[in-house]
Design a protein around this ligand. Structure first.
Ligand SMILES: Cc1cc2nc3c(=O)[nH]c(=O)nc-3n(C[C@H](O)[C@H](O)[C@H](O)COP(=O)(O)OP(=O)(O)OC[C@H]3O[C@@H](n4cnc5c(N)ncnc54)[C@H](O)[C@@H]3O)c2cc1C
Length: 294
């Protein structure tokens, strides 16, 4: 079947949606053209129903959270975006369970209320739980795999619990990048303590982030190579502030590419490619992107 011919069913249209979907309006880097549609399911059943529907009709789709680590394409795309941002339940028990759309801020609010410590390093990371579990998000030397017990996923038409050991975690890497499983939620192993100390640690992490650039970005573009920061290498090749079209290398943090206001995805890609080539020719180091290209 021609993908373009797929017309959304009543089931799809009973979920909040945008047709077409202006991608730049949601992506933190503020670039991207128009996609076929965006859907915002308000519960897991609706999310699964939409996934099944799109698979059945060979309709390409992306499951996304806050779109803070994604470089979408310019122009028109036939893809559909499935946002998890309305999946907001948090449950407190032996572990802390959060659905995919819970943001780091909402998770930490719950941790403060219930006196659960361990997730404070996520303070200020503009992620959802789904995006963080997929990316193995981290800050201050800690990563999701330090606190994850298991992930609840939808994979091959089945809902499953994947233990952390089955998530193949490494630095900014996970099995989800290869297996196509959709993260419905995650259970975190956190320590019981008092809310005030959780809030104090959260504020301390937020304090360390005050130096980060504030423009439209995807956070760090590149993974840090072993024993050196990507930012230092980019500084070393003299590309801080390098500009192409509307995109430039941040002057505050060289691993951030900023949309100065009117950048296109093509501009951002051009800056990334110049940086990669310069670092390779001067240092012989291949910088690997942390961001995801759609
Ligand atoms: C200003 C700024 C600061 C940042 N600081 C940090 C930082 O300190 N540390 C850090 O690690 N990152 C940082 N980031 C990057 C980003 O916030 C993280 O990678 C975050 O985990 C992405 O979460 P998200 O919800 O935005 O995911 P998205 O960007 O929406 O998605 C990222 C990837 O995960 C996939 N995905 C999302 N949800 C699901 C799901 N439910 N099931 C399956 N796949 C899914 C998407 O398809 C995509 O491939 C920063 C970004 C910005 C803009």
């Amino acid at each position: 079947m021609d993908e373009r011919a797929y017309v959304f069913t009543k089931d799809c249209l009973s979920t909040e949606h945008e047709i077409p979907f202006h991608v730049a309006a949601r992506a933190s880097i503020g670039v991207g053209g128009y996609a076929k549609a965006a859907f915002y399911p308000e519960n897991l059943s609706k999310l699964i129903l939409l996934i099944d529907e799109f698979k059945k009709h060979h309709q390409p789709f992306h499951v996304v959270g806050n779109m803070t680590n994604i470089l979408p394409p310019d122009g028109r795309s036939e893809a559909v975006y499935l946002f998890t941002t309305k999946l907001k339940s948090v449950g407190m028990g032996r572990t802390v369970f959060a659905q995919a759309g819970v943001t780091s801020e909402e998770l930490l609010d719950a941790c403060v209320r219930h006196g659960k410590s361990g997730a404070e390093f996520l303070a200020g990371v503009p992620c959802t739980v789904g995006g963080a579990v997929y990316m193995n998000a981290g800050a201050g030397g800690k990563h999701i795999d330090d606190i994850l017990e298991s992930a609840l996923v939808y994979h091959d038409g089945q809902i499953r619990v994947l233990k952390k050991e089955d998530c193949a975690y490494a630095y900014k890497e996970s099995a989800f990048m290869r297996n196509g499983a959709i993260i419905l939620g995650a259970s975190f192993l956190l320590e019981d303590t008092d809310g005030e100390s959780v809030e104090a640690r959260r504020q301390a992490y937020l304090e360390t982030r005050k130096r980060l650039p504030t423009g439209k970005s995807m956070g760090c573009v590149f993974k840090n190579p072993k024993d050196i920061s990507a930012g230092k290498l980019i500084e070393g090749v003299g590309l801080k502030g390098f500009k192409f079209g509307g995109a430039y290398v941040s002057t505050e943090h060289a691993n951030f590419v900023i949309n100065g206001g009117n950048a296109t995805a093509k501009d951002v890609r051009a800056v990334i490619n110049v940086v990669k080539n310069a670092v390779l020719s001067q240092y012989g180091v291949i910088l690997e992107e942390e961001i995801r290209y759609f």
